[in-house]
Design a protein around this ligand. Structure first.
Ligand code: ADP
Ligand code: MN
Ligand code: MN
Ligand code: MN
Length: 333
């Protein structure tokens, strides 16, 4: 029997990398081999020395092809098997090992915007705007909701793939949606988020809908798209002091965090549309205008997790979870 293995990797496009994939036919899926690709076509190598290596790090059932077919997330290596400069996963592995004893968990809320041609779904085809924001968030009905067939197909695909997807909702701007992955560990949430993003782009092909993770897809009085990153350690899940220590720690180096939270963050973290300004740091219970929110339930229970609201929709979860683990676990150690 033959198996189609879709090898998926993150390329070297700047400032925000793209997903790439290609298919390898295997006779069995127990041992996924390393593979290669032309790095000169993905901004990862010069033409004269173009070979890059794909090293499988995560695989799951392929919900689109079905059967025994698989999706394979691969990290990119140089031909000496060291990490490629675009491989942000390998640096996360070191930090995860260092703080493994703290048992970090992440739940990531991926917001995204659906487009048909050059306009978001729900926007008039050529010019003008839909009615102002208000009825769209978690709405129902064809006046307010656009793209649900793709969103539902994506949810089913993530579940069939065995990803830790934990929910979906329509967002504040028409054509904008969110799915959540987690809570699971930093490597798991990041690998699964990349696969879930790939599935969304891929399923969009079948419906003629394109997906963008642009953090500010429409200028003006329209919400941007973020990737709120919820975080806890064992100590935070057991007591409130650790929750406060983690929130305070994030206030020590906000510029370093914001710099790693996705290109174009200055356009999104304006201090409006449920964001705190990117130059300021604040945290608060229930506060959706703060950089970091402590959910009311966490304050009530005296334990739980914090939500870093700053990461952009286009962030790299390997970079974001590494920054948060380093900062918060460092402070809690
Ligand atoms: P909201 O939209 O109100 O900010 P969501 O329900 O969209 O919240 O997302 C909450 C996220 O918090 C989910 O992804 C969930 O997995 C995550 N989460 C819940 N408990 C924890 C925890 N202990 N540690 C880390 N993340 C958590
Ligand atoms: Mn949410
Ligand atoms: Mn949201
Ligand atoms: Mn949130």
């Amino acid at each position: 029997m033959t198996i189609k293995a879709e090898y998926i990797w993150i390329d070297g496009t700047e400032p925000t990398p793209l997903l790439r994939s290609k298919t390898k036919i295997l006779t069995q899926a127990t041992d996924l081999p390393i593979w290669g690709f032309d790095g000169s076509s993905t901004n990862q190598a010069p033409g004269k020395a173009s070979d890059c290596v794909l090293n499988p790090v995560f695989s799951c059932p392929d919900p689109i092809r079905g059967g025994a077919n698989v999706l394979v997330l691969a990290e990119v290596l140089l031909t000496d098997f060291s990490a490629h400069p675009t491989n942000t996963r390998s640096a996360l592995v070191d930090v995860v090992d260092k703080y493994a004893g703290q048992e970090s968990l992440f739940g990531i809320e991926q917001e995204y915007t659906l487009f048909k041609g050059s306009r978001p779904l729900g926007f008039p085809e050529h010019t003008g705007y839909p009615g102002p924001q208000g009825p769209y968030y978690c709405g129902v009905g064809s006046d307010d909701i656009y793209g649900r067939p793709l969103v539902e197909a994506h949810l089913d695909a993530c579940l069939t793939a065995g990803l830790a997807i934990s929910g979906i909702n329509a967002e504040v701007m028409p054509g904008q949606w969110e799915f959540q992955v987690g809570p699971v560990g930093p490597l798991e949430v990041s690998d699964q988020l990349w696969i879930a993003r790939w599935l969304l782009h891929r399923l969009g092909e079948d419906l003629g809908i394109s997906v963008t993770l642009d953090p500010k897809p429409v200028r003006g009085d329209w919400n941007g798209a973020g990737c709120h990153t919820n975080f806890s350690t064992k100590a935070m899940r057991e007591g409130y002091d650790a929750v406060i220590t983690a929130a305070e720690a994030l206030g020590k180096n906000p510029a370093e965090h914001v710099a790693g939270y996705g290109h174009g963050i200055e356009d999104r973290l304006t201090g409006q549309h449920e964001t705190a300004h990117y130059t300021e740091f604040s945290y608060g219970v229930s506060d959706r205008g703060a950089s970091v929110r402590i959910p009311w339930q966490v304050a009530a229970d005296g334990k739980g997790y914090i939500e870093d609201r700053r990461p952009n929709a286009n962030m790299d979860p390997y970079v974001v979870t590494k920054l948060i683990v380093n900062t918060c676990c460092g402070a809690l150690a």
